[in-house]
Design a protein around this ligand. Sequence first.
Ligand SMILES: [Zn+2]
Length: 337
Amino acid sequence: MPAVVSGVFGRVAYPLLRAVAGVNPLVVYHHIVSDEPVPHVERLYGFRSIAEFTRDIETVVRDYRPISVQELLACRAAGEPAPAGSVLVSFDDGLRECADVIAPILQAKGVPGCFFVNSAFVGNAAMAYDLQKGLLADRVTTTSLSRTAESQLRRLLGAADLGPVDLDGAILSVPYASRSLLEEIAAVVDVDFGAYLSDVKPYMDHDQVRGLVAVGHAVGAHSVDHPRYSDLTLDEQLAQTLDSVRFVRTNFDVDYGVFAFPSSDDGVGSAFFAALAGTGEVDLCFGNQGILDDAVDMVLQRTTMEKTSMPAEAILGKAYTRRLYRKVVGRSVVARP
Ligand SMILES: [Zn+2]
């Protein structure tokens, strides 16, 4: 985005939009913060540098009242609104940088975070299929493949008519249901996911998550193995959600159940939420469709702070603008089929 547009959103419009929108609580999310290249996420989403993230948190502290999940749940249980101007800062996927980089910055600024983890990946027991795709896409674009390897990949991907530049795109398009294909692709391009997990340790281990809880951060569930929920049956959606929530409650000894949808909550229906509410095990769910309201009371929508190097004011200014536009056209509430 050109600097002038970012400036308009950031310095001029943002304070006004924030006041007009009156969103409470504002819920934001990130995945990772790093100054280093991160091969397994580089091709999936942009992320904040340490300096950018530190400025995000300074903006949040200046303009909002940071609230913890625990405090927010207490307000909801009492039937009270969150304190005016609340912001909840959340992080998806349980990557090791949450403990190594993000938590120390939050603690220095006095901001409680909520970290959503996948039960299959804590401790680097396995790797999400989308992170596998990210790593493979990075590999095929940063190394030169032999002609044999390239034709094997094209056969595996059924992408014989794609040009060379599209091999990584084809890998990134592999759906959750075909994820076993990724092991075959890995063998061709000499990637060993098991070795990568033990060498790089992309995820937090149990002790790191316990460490976050011990200093007051919250931990929530993010499904078992990060499927896209619109690809699942209702029973599968419920199993992924409840198994991961129970995992978090049991392993990290928390007395609340919060859940953030992996990839997207788009298309998840009201029957899912009715069944979930009936279990009494999940207090609150978090979507990722922006600063919008949700037709279902137990869902709070969140907005991303990543994908750009714009300052927080410009990111939020743009997100508030989108909310106002959606209000004008009558689409500011996420509908549930
Ligand atoms: Zn995720």
